[in-house]
Write a protein that binds this ligand. Structure first.
Ligand SMILES: [Zn+2]
Length: 396
């Protein structure tokens, strides 16, 4: 028997599974073992994957973060890269077929993408980009995707098709305006003798004619309040246990973190006293903050200060979130000295690579170009240069 960090229940060993504290969608497979644990039960792991990590990763703002600077990691020679698609919301002013909605996605540069999916979804999925993520893993429920290319440059055509295939693995995939390359096996041209295809073609014509007439496409994207706070509470709960063990979970603040992680109701969650700052407020750290940003990277910093230990999470755009892990002086007195100076991890999902733990000072002097750090240099070397990528044929 052992105790689950997340729910606090005692369960059998076989009821536990490997939990990515830092989600695999954000590079969790590549960060050090510090960000993994086998002390989380399978039920909590599954719940967290969909409703905590999933709600954060699939939120409109974070979906934008995932495509930020992703181009930098494309190979300028081989068009084998996959870009995260950017979500532009559900289209409101182009009529769809009964019972369907149309989501607008972009692969930049390369393609406009319309995803047709069933409208009758539980309200719980409203703030997930593309709707219920679990439907996308079922072929019968994943909907249809129609792609219109915005460039004829083969490099970008192949990149866009590979990216759409990756993102919409189980959906039926069609193209409107190109002769398919022989490698694009997962796509079909629209067959206008098929009533469904004809309806999709008409939707696309309507969509594109508005652009020609310089009309706007109206879209709506919902944002779930507090998805960031719940995710941060989970990170702090797991990190606190990693550093301090079971005594941390018994502290009043540790119990509050657990309650914040488990509470699904956002109003009730906001009553729980947790110290931190979420995504929308951001945190200014001045010049040091500017030096922290890593293109396409998520920077994680554990830092001990006068009031306690905090975790900073900095997404690719440079916006910053912070959560307090603990303020308990008895726990802090036993903490390794390295945390007084700060410990950093950098996770770059687009490069399938991460670095850390390294000392905050080493990270900073590397970023300020004073003293290079070998591992960070190797991570930098995975960045191509966007100036070496083929021209897109699109106006700037
Ligand atoms: Zn559990």
């Amino acid at each position: 028997m052992k105790t689950c960090i997340y729910c606090g229940l005692e369960k059998q060993e076989e009821d536990f599974s490997d939990e990515h504290i830092w989600p695999d969608a954000l590079g969790g497979d590549y960060v050090s073992g510090f960000w993994r644990t086998d002390d989380v039960c399978t039920a909590c792991n599954n719940m967290s994957g969909v409703f905590v990590d999933g709600a954060f990763i699939k939120s409109f703002l974070i979906s934008g973060e995932r495509s930020y600077d992703a181009l930098e990691y494309l190979d300028p020679v081989k068009p084998t890269g996959i870009l995260p698609l950017s979500y532009c919301g559900t289209i409101l002013n182009v009529p769809t077929q009964e019972g369907e909605i149309a989501d607008y996605w972009v692969c930049a540069p390369g393609a406009n993408i319309i995803h047709f999916r069933a409208e009758n979804e539980d309200a719980a999925w409203k703030a997930y980009v593309g709707g219920d993520p679990r439907r996308q893993s079922k072929r019968s429920k994943a909907g249809r995707v129609v792609v219109a290319l915005t460039t004829v440059e083969p490099y970008w055509v192949l990149t866009a098709l590979a990216s759409v295939k990756h993102h919409f693995a189980k959906a039926d995939k069609f193209v409107t305006n190109l002769v398919l390359p022989s490698t694009a096996k997962h796509f079909k041209a629209l067959d206008l003798d098929d009533p469904q295809h004809l309806a999709d073609r008409r939707f696309f014509d309507d969509f594109e004619s508005r652009a020609v007439k310089k009309e706007f496409i109206h879209t709506r994207a919902s944002v779930a309040l507090g998805a960031d706070g719940r995710f941060l509470a989970k990170l702090a709960l797991a990190v606190g246990y990693k550093l301090f063990g079971a005594p941390f979970l018994a502290t009043p603040y540790g119990l509050n973190l657990r309650s914040a992680f488990r509470e699904a109701n956002v109003e009730k969650r906001q009553q729980i006293p947790i110290q931190g700052t979420g995504y929308l407020r951001g945190v200014g750290l001045g010049e040091i903050g500017d030096a922290l940003r890593w293109p396409g990277g998520w920077v994680l910093v554990l830092f001990c200060h006068a009031d306690g230990l905090s975790l900073t999470v900095q997404p690719p755009s440079g916006r910053r979130m912070v959560i307090q892990v603990t303020d308990d002086p008895r726990l802090l007195s036993g903490l390794g000295l390295e945390y007084r100076d700060g410990v950093v991890w950098v996770s770059v999902p687009q490069a399938s690579h991460a670095v850390g733990p390294i000392a905050f000072a080493d990270y900073l002097v590397h970023q300020l170009r004073h003293t290079p750090h070998a591992e960070l240099q190797a991570l930098e070397a995975r960045r191509g240069s966007s100036s070496r990528l083929p021209p897109t044929g699109l106006p700037d």
